[in-house]
Design a binder for this molecule. Structure first.
Ligand SMILES: [Zn+2]
Length: 117
């Protein structure tokens, strides 16, 4: 179960970030493809590489005129981030392997959605 163990470790690091008030971003790390997190300080980091990443501000290259759409995306991302944190919390507690795999799959799907919004 090496892969699951790796996922668990990574998810736990993400959970820690979320608990500290960081936000998961739609962008992923150019090196390892893990979702990036914005810390409360405003710094954007990759939880896997443990490095600071410089990203363009959201909507910076889009220009005006799509305010409402952007707002909905941000809201959806917030909800998904919170759900992901919940799922990760359950992953930490669950002991049954089948349930663990289901939760990991759920976390993966939420992650994918987060990348699309
Ligand atoms: Zn990375």
């Amino acid at each position: 179960m090496l892969v699951v163990e790796d996922d668990r470790k990574r998810l736990r690091e993400m959970a820690d970030l979320l608990r500290e008030g960081a936000t998961m971003l739609a962008q992923s790390c150019p090196v390892c493809n893990v979702p990036l997190f914005r810390l409360k300080s405003g710094e954007v980091i990759c939880p896997s590489c443990k490095r600071r990443v410089v990203v363009l501000k959201e909507g910076e290259d889009v220009g005006g005129g799509r305010g409402v759409g952007v707002g909905v995306d941000v809201r959806l991302r917030e909800v998904l981030s919170r759900k992901l944190a919940e799922v990760i919390g359950r992953i930490e507690e669950v002991e049954d392997e089948d349930r663990l795999l289901k939760l990991l799959e759920l976390a993966r799907r939420i992650n994918e959605l987060l990348r699309e919004v």
